[in-house]
Design a protein around this ligand. Structure first.
Ligand code: HEC
Length: 114
């Protein structure tokens, strides 16, 4: 009985920790290989596919949250390399990624980098 409780507690705690830093983890696991850690797409794939610098202030202005969410959810219609993530991520995770993309903006570069 005591052992079971400990397991439940351990699972609950690890779940909470995951929820907390999951956006950074998701970015690292699913986006970074093409978009780079900083979103500037200074990667092999980024250069080959001419992926936009997501930190660029002009790019940020041209893209509404809805547009970014649509890109992540449904992928790019122009470039199949940017795949739809709707089957891989929950709507909550996609929302968190939209915020993450916003936080990459060079205009908010004053904020300490993680
Ligand atoms: C296999 C490489 C690859 C991965 C992984 C990837 N992307 Fe992309 N992404 C691209 C490419 C290529 C484009 C450019 C699409 C275009 O030109 O229409 C793009 C475009 C985008 C754009 C729109 C940029 C623009 O030009 O308007 C956003 C936002 C974006 N990706 C977010 C993400 C997020 C968030 C993830 C992780 C969940 C991710 N991407 C994972 C390759 C990738």
């Amino acid at each position: 009985m005591k052992k079971q409780l400990a397991i439940v507690l351990a699972l609950t705690l690890s779940g909470a920790a995951f929820a907390e830093d999951s956006v950074a983890d998701i970015w690292k696991a699913k986006c970074q290989s093409c978009h780079g850690a900083d979103g500037k797409a200074k990667t092999k794939m980024g250069e080959k596919e001419k992926i936009a610098d997501l930190t660029d202030a002009g790019w940020q202005k041209r893209h509404s949250d809805e547009k970014i969410r649509d890109y992540i959810t449904n992928g790019s219609k122009e470039n199949p390399k940017m795949k739809p993530f709707k089957d891989k991520l929950t709507p909550e995770q996609i929302d968190a990624l939209v915020k993450h993309v916003r936080s990459l903006s060079s205009e908010s570069a004053a904020a300490p980098a993680k």
